[in-house]
Design a protein. Sequence first.
Length: 257
Amino acid sequence: MKLRKLVLIGAGPGDPELITIKAIRYLKQADVILYDALANEELLNYAAQGCITRFVGKRYGCHALSQEEINSLIVEYSRQYCTIVRLKGGDPFVFGRAQEEIETARAAGIKVEVIPGISSALAVPATQLIPLTCRGINESFWITTGTTKTGEISIDIKWAAQSSATVIILMAMSKLEAIMEIFSSYGKEHTPVAIIQNGTTKDEKMIAGTVKDIFFRASAANISNPAIIVVGEVVNLHPSMITQAIATQTQGQLQPR
Ligand SMILES: C[S@@+](CC[C@H](N)C(=O)[O-])C[C@H]1O[C@@H](n2cnc3c(N)ncnc32)[C@H](O)[C@@H]1O
């Protein structure tokens, strides 16, 4: 009898080329692929003929299937098929609810393997040329969720706002204004902020500003989910911020004395 296996694969941040070679190998071998909304559907082209592909998307709190239903599907499919792939956006272990699926599989006697992916938290700022750390500017970064499972602002935002770290916030657009108020309350009104929506895809949109004005800018530019918020001095290294700084400097030099 062939071994039943659940393979959790990180699909990367959106660009279908940002996936690992190992992940592609498993996609080709899969009998069933259950995929999320943030996994690029182009990746399904790697699936073999006859492979069952099923969207089980979860997005913006609006679930195509509940986590419990996804867990049940994994067990059901594994009764008939050997290799079940769970294709998840970014990395499965970064806000990916991977553990619930791993525990379900283990309880059903299914072997589990995890193929890491490039998390949007790292890749989306990187492709915008925003480093998360930069010698002389900061020494660490935090990756936090904006909202908890009960819909409140994560308490970690408060701690992160007091640090000198770059703060990368996921799942936070619905609480943007309140989150920026927390940063302001710790004297960070003028700290630069970038928001990138649909990073690494053809629909990518990016805006930059400061803690004080980013909510206004995001509303004006109609920026929404899925988006990543980056708060920290490293945002000043974004090409648009550098151009803006040079323009302001030149303008100052041209002013009559
Ligand atoms: C449930 S979390 C999953 C994160 C994923 N496991 C990862 O490692 O990227 C979903 C959140 O990730 C962020 N996200 C994922 N892909 C994104 C992208 N291409 N552009 C901007 N934000 C993205 C958004 O904040 C979105 O609400």
